[in-house]
Design a protein around this ligand. Sequence first.
Ligand code: ATP
Length: 315
Amino acid sequence: MRSYTLIAPAKINLYLEILGDRPDGYHELAMVMQNISLADRIDLRSLSVDKIQLHCQHPQVPKDATNLAYRAAELMVQQFPNAFSQYGGVEITIDKQIPIAAGLAGGSTNAAAVLVGIDLLWNLGLTQIELQELGAKLGSDVPFCLAGGTAIATGRGEQISPLPDLDNLYVVLGKHRKLAISTAWAYSTYRQQFGSTYVSDSTTLSSRAARVHSGPLVNAIAHQDGVKIGQLLHNDLEKVVLPAYPQVLELREAFQTSGALGTMMSGSGPTVFALAASNQQAQQIQERVKATISHPDLEIWIAKFCPTAIQVTER
Ligand code: ATP
């Protein structure tokens, strides 16, 4: 039986702008996404029976068909029934390191890893574009998780334009262990409060999305300018999450005064991150934030920017 181990990295949003509503009910977004070295490990193994099995020790990760990794396997079965009958089922084992419902795309990166792994297990030879099209059926962040590195994501997040690699920066991530924020809540609250500012005509929407491509953050990324990148971090969802979650606001303020290059909430939170130019600076930020907030539930990680998407080894 063939088996693969896949390393599935988390993402942070360096930039997240909500432009308007879409006819499909999602939001029109302009984002800059970045993979980081904090990652889950996914083991995939062919089974002799026609079943999908999923194992994960983490108590908050669903083990049933609602798990995004499981849904990715189901999608492959549905799309490639002949390969499924030829190669049999798949056993998925998730070693969860990425915090759950944290704005770090944990589920999406697991789904991306399963698509990549089954493509290999079943010798399908799918192209990157084909994988990304399948990924978009599972979730808006899955195409980025397949592309990886640093990229602009527009549309509902599924249209990916790669940017030059950024691998010289460190990131300190903080999150209260028991705090989870629903992505759906964050976006619907944003719509209630800021819907009147939404752009609705398609020409203005395209030009606003295009502005990110030629904007100062992309320029700073092209020049590997960590100081500028830190100053240009942006996330519209902070406007609704910070007032509603005082713990996230407190963490954001602690990072703000920690000597970082810049700080921002990732995605819909509650993870807050700070950028650092070196591991040493990252450690200092970590110590300062821990000294400011002594809450026993506060978890802090240090990770590196990472230029690679899903990494695979055959076992
Ligand atoms: P995003 O940044 O894409 O909005 P997130 O990092 O905020 O995602 P996830 O960690 O993907 O959020 O978890 C969101 C919900 O998805 C969880 O509450 C969990 O029940 C469910 N879920 C389904 N599959 C997975 C998975 N493989 N790993 C983690 N959570 C999963």
